[in-house]
Design a protein around this ligand. Sequence first.
Ligand code: COA
Length: 685
Amino acid sequence: MSSFVSVTRDGGVAVVNIDNPPVNALSFHVREPLMQALILLRDEPSVAAIVIACAGRTFVAGADITEFGKPVQQPELRPIIAVLEEIAKPTVAAIHGTALGGGLELALGCHFRVAEAGARLGLPEVKLGLPPGGGGTVRLPRLVGADKALGMIVSGTPINAAEALGAGLVDAVFDSDLTARAISFARDMAAKGGPFMPVRDRNDRLDPAGLPEFDEQAAKLAKKARGLEAPIACAQAVRNAITLPFDEALAAERKLFLKLVAGDQSRAQRHLFFAEREAAKISGKDLSRRKVARVGVIGAGTMGGGIAMAFANGGYPVTLLETSSEALERGLATIDRNYAVSVARGSLSEDAKRQRLGLFKGTTDYGDLADCDLIVEAVFEEMAVKKDVFGRLDAVAKSGAILATNTSYLDVNEIAASTSRPQDVLGLHFFSPANVMKLLEIVRAERTDADALATVVELARRIGKVPVIVGVCHGFVGNRMLAARGAESEALLLEGATPSRIDRAFTDFGWPMGPFQMGDLAGLDIGWRNRKARGQTAVIADALCEQGRFGQKTGRGFYLYENGSRVSVPDPDVEALIRAKAAENGIAPRTIGADELIERTLYPLVNEGAKILEEKIAARASDIDVVWVNGYGFPVGKGGPMFWAGLEGVDKIVARLDHWHERTGRQVFRASPLLRRMAETGSWE
Ligand code: COA
């Protein structure tokens, strides 16, 4: 029929096979022949049952995201599902890999769904800033109930085959031979005889009496949406499935989808979807990958322990090295405790915990790192200490082993040059807690081999991290831009803002927390120590640290945290301290509007991003967005700082930077030439 959709026969069962690598997205060139095939099979008397299956690694993983926001080429998905639902003979979706978004919606158009044991099913559109648009919000609740559907659709998190079976989403799960088993399932159903009820006509799991609880659950989810429209739209669409007749609910879902697909938030989230995948690509010759079977981690403190857990969670055996057996025991005990917390929370089984702990081998002997293919050091952040560690590694690591430093700021070229194998040295900058945070800055030093880079990029994705390759500079991409974002913080306080006023401007913008809440969480003493080492000062933050106010860990920082609470409570003493310091410096307080707070913090952030691009520390503007969304909580609905700059207006940003530069003379406001060029050309190139 077409190279993308073919039909084979097994007796009276027709198998429609979709083959559109890599993930069988429902592109126009698939939809058209799929529609034709279904119409043909619907009308053909010799066909008793129909199976829809997919070639390659997965069932249909969704609509073709590249088509979103463009004029729709007919047939779109909904008429295809409408044809499916007209078919009187049994229709069966045979699901392997992932049935996501439009893929699951297609499967919901079938009478039955069978899945391979490893399959995952979900409606992740919310992660693209959208509600499902092909009937998912109206059909899924009819199978699994409105509450379960709400959870799945608002979170976007897929469920596995066993859960899907329990929930009523699939009718059978097979360990192997999926297509053959689906064919015999279809044949059995045909033999039983109809009529077969399409999902659209099943109303038994929709209970209007459950609306008050549903609304309560939806209200809780809406609170967590933090300004994102899609979770709210998803909840509204599922509610419609309960309160409206099927066709009206379907039309309402489409309306919501069309509204959001044209909006900035979905554009931003689609940008991030492709940006994450683009960031993991390394240009150049055909790169080979080095084999990584065992990972070594040096240092079992918070960072080293977290890194070791990240690899163990990805299934890698880890050799964990500490300088003394006491420190090693302490580190391993912390890891054990962290896993126990996951078990207590229900996110990890006892069995999985045992398996993961079984992957750890503790040692105090560098010689035990000789069989590791990748070794990551997470020791004290000081060049001399790092060089000492790399000297020892150079002596024991096997040839071809990748040697990585987890430095946040230090010069990776200098570290690499201290070894006899700089081609094998790179930076792996994890973010704390390293077993949780998704971002991984992979630092490419001058002499790092491209195949070593390609190896760690692939490895990073395998352990669930979002890798971004960055060049060497102080703070790399993330922390260097963070410094630019924070450069005006003290000045804003002295001029009349309060920590809570500034933090509020950030949370209103969509950040999970503001800079002062973040400082209190991370510990103010870290920055204090860094400033002292670099001969720098920060009037307010230094004064707080001198009083022993290090943030949450001491119960006091920019805010108060009473009785171990994590809620930031404004402290009149801090505000008095700020006013006193302002008076000492002869600064009269004034009211500072939210616009100014954003201009003086986020415009320098964008500006620093442009400088980073100019210096080729990041390869693409979208890489910077990936760093900021995954490592620093930049709101996903704004797409990262560089994407947001486009929404905000780069010409406006340049004009305001110029204004502040003229007023203050501060470097942080000196607009980069690339930013100026971007304002004129609309391109970061
Ligand atoms: N439309 C268009 N392209 C898609 C796509 C989609 N729905 N899903 C994946 N792709 C592309 C990716 O951009 C990538 O392209 P590239 O190789 O040129 O970079 C390629 O397919 C492979 O995807 P990737 O995510 O790297 O593979 P994976 O094996 O890690 O993950 C999935 C596979 C299906 C789990 C993942 O791609 C995914 O979640 N896709 C989106 C699903 C979705 O949101 N569907 C709802 C849309 S209605």
